[in-house]
Ligand binder design. Structure first.
Ligand code: G3P
Length: 214
């Protein structure tokens, strides 16, 4: 499983990258807005830190606007992956960008039907939103599993990014289902490291060592 960080916060990205476990970053307009900094400069800085795929989302909703923004975003760094929302226009734009060798992450995927169309349009990544489906009473992780099955069955050259991940239970399911990538909030990465028995074990080793070294 590849670990992406779902944030536009430079400090969070630097911290997780410094541990040596970071494969990529995803951002979206809400995450960018939260940082209140220049969009393109932020994406450039993230790319320079991560040196791996960094998703940056278009704001336009029409084909021409999406293409224009996508080309501008792609010129920021070789690591930029253009994030395009799943719409009729977005699908056309993805198809066009595929032919221009600009990698696309199709986002806001909420059904297997959308997923297969995104794969056929040439999306490099698809992002099923797990937590937001949970929010409305569905089993969101099942969608991510279905997306992975579609790709494995038909051999599309697309990877699944399980997105809108809210807790470590989601990560366990991503692992169980063999999903390619999970994009995680910073706090979920930290939660993955925690186990009370590890803390208790360290305490015991250290107290035994102190007794022995009196
Ligand atoms: O990658 C998509 C993600 O940022 C959405 O997460 O928590 O806003 O549903 P959330």
């Amino acid at each position: 499983m590849q670990i992406f960080l779902d944030t536009a916060n430079i400090e969070e990205i630097k911290e997780i990258a410094s541990i040596g476990i970071l494969d990529g970053v995803t951002t979206n307009p809400s995450l960018i807005a939260k940082e209140n900094r220049d969009f393109k400069a932020t994406i450039k800085e993230i790319c320079d830190i991560v040196k791996g795929p960094v998703s940056a989302e278009v704001i336009a909703t029409d084909f021409e606007g999406m293409i224009k923004e996508a080309q501008e975003l792609a010129s920021i760094s070789e690591y930029v992956v253009v994030k395009i929302p799943f719409t009729y226009e977005g699908l056309k734009a993805t198809s066009y960008l595929f032919k221009k060798n600009i990698p696309v992450n199709m986002t806001l995927i909420f059904s297997p039907n959308q997923a297969v169309l995104a794969c056929k349009a040439g999306a490099r990544y698809i992002s099923p939103f797990v937590g937001r489906l949970d929010d409305i009473g569905h089993e969101g992780i099942e969608l991510a599993r279905q997306c992975q099955d579609i790709i494995d069955t038909y051999g599309y050259d697309t990877e699944v990014i399980a997105a809108s991940i809210r807790h470590t239970e989601h990560v366990l399911k991503v692992l169980e289902y063999g999903i390619d990538i999970a994009t995680l909030p910073h706090k979920v990465v930290l939660q993955m490291m925690k186990h009370p028995l590890t803390d208790i074990g360290i305490e015991k080793f250290l107290s035994d060592w102190k007794k022995f070294n009196k």
